[in-house]
Design a protein around this ligand. Sequence first.
Ligand code: NAD
Length: 243
Amino acid sequence: MNPADSSSPLRLLIHGASGRMGQSLLRLAAEQPDQFTVVGAVTGRPPPQRVVDGVPHFAAREMNGVPAFDVVIDFSLPEGFDSILSLCSQRGAALVSGTTGLSDAQRQTLDEASERIPLVWASNFSLGVAVLTELTERAAKALAQWDCDIIESHHTQKKDAPSGTALTLGQAASTAGVEVHYASLRAGDIVGEHTVQFAGLGERIELVHRATNRDIFARGALHAARRLAGKPPGSYRVRDLLD
Ligand code: NAD
């Protein structure tokens, strides 16, 4: 890893750079030059410009030519995931990934890679959802006999359903033996809303999280990248990397 001196900027590669999340990451990283140097940006299709604001851009098929980096932040699509994971393993670099909709085989490869590199994969990098997950786990333990439904809403471009976050919340509830049902809405430009509902006889609890700006996910991923760099190989959770 580059930062033998942890005060030097982290060398970042952004994978999925032309997407909504990628653009947010590039903007926020550029606002903190003492913390991050973006050494490259990778997009699925060939980039219209080779260098944007001083950052070299690469198409996914040119990825072997990217310069040395400490950490990749990946918010792309499942079809681009295998090659970025394999590049991190080859280069011994850390991986922060928020890509959702991964297959079981991809999750398995991710687990295996954690024996060689430090990595964090999370369906949601916001602090609010980390707390919502804990609240869900707690409510499910106390209300194991109630019906549990998770309702999620996202913008119309979102490909996977239920969302990765809904599945993570469902997993938290099911640790208490609750059977979870899911409902997904795709409408307008909704950034992300999740409601975990517990319904009993004559009463109901709703735990709601609304994301109004996707910068919350990008900030969380940048924070995780800073904390992950230089750690021993392993699979870390967002909550392991909070201060
Ligand atoms: P988007 O469709 O706007 O962008 C996708 C990006 O992936 C683009 O840059 C595209 O060029 C790139 N891409 C597509 N195919 C590729 C390939 N084969 N190789 C390399 N790159 C490829 O999507 P988005 O809204 O930015 O979301 C990206 C991902 O992040 C999705 O999986 C989404 O569900 C997830 N997401 C996660 C969180 C979280 O906190 N974990 C938050 C928001 C979004």
